[in-house]
Write a protein that binds this ligand. Structure first.
Ligand code: AMP
Length: 217
């Protein structure tokens, strides 16, 4: 039953291998001329969505990123990994610095409803702010069930089974779709985008919407 649609949230962050430098005036960290990449946990979320599509359990994978124009590079990476199309929620650079989990969760909740998706996949946390809140808030705003820190995801009819890593070991939850799932490190090993797929991804569509058009953020 490949009728399901998945929305995957991908955040552009300073690359994990970069040595972070604090600005001399201590107002933040230096971002100019610094390598940025997709948040590693978001790569895992994209990989999972693409695998579900390859198993023909999901028919469309939509990658969404909120932030300045460069977020489109992050979306392109998701498209090269196998996502079908992208949505860039444009937030200009000065305002983007103030984007927190609640603002992003509001955007994701609105898009999940508008795009009529069955599954929202996110990373368990972003490696820049380490908040670990966006997935939980998105589920709360939508009033959908959530499976956080997933290390295994199995679609079972109108439910998704999530094996999740908790302090005491593993927990298994079965969530009725639509649902929100956040990816932990051991869920999978994300693929590298191959050159032919990077080329193909250039032809895939990225819709650009202004954050204000989606509603209050
Ligand atoms: P956080 O709650 O900030 O640790 O982020 C957890 C997850 O929320 C990330 O791995 C992304 O999947 C998603 N997320 C957070 N910020 C953004 C953003 N600006 N654009 C797209 N997705 C985001």
């Amino acid at each position: 039953m490949a009728e399901l649609r998945a929305l995957v949230a991908v955040k552009r962050v300073i690359d994990y291998a970069v040595k972070i430098r604090v600005k001399p005036d201590r107002t933040g960290v230096v971002t100019d001329g610094v390598k940025h990449s997709m948040n590693p946990f978001c790569e895992i979320a994209v990989e999972e969505a693409v695998r579900l599509k390859e198993k023909k359990l999901v028919k469309e994978v939509i990658a969404v990123s909120c932030g300045p124009a460069q977020c489109q590079e992050t979306i392109r990476t998701a498209l090269a990994m196998g996502a079908d199309r992208g949505i860039h929620v444009e937030v200009p650079a000065p305002e983007a610095e103030r984007l927190g989990p609640l603002q992003v969760a509001r955007v994701l909740a609105k898009l999940a409803e508008k795009e009529k998706v069955d599954l929202v996949l996110l990373g368990k946390q972003a490696i820049d702010d380490d908040c670990n809140q966006t997935g939980q808030m998105t589920a709360g705003l939508l009033d959908w069930p959530q499976g956080t820190f997933a290390s295994q995801v199995t679609l079972e009819g109108d439910k998704v089974k999530v094996e999740r890593e908790v302090d005491g070991g593993m927990e298994t939850v079965r969530l009725k779709l639509p649902a929100v799932v956040t990816a932990d490190l051991r869920l999978n090993e994300p693929r590298y985008a191959t050159l032919p797929n990077i080329m193909k991804a250039k032809k895939k569509k990225i819709e650009v919407v202004k954050a204000g058009e989606i509603g209050r953020i």
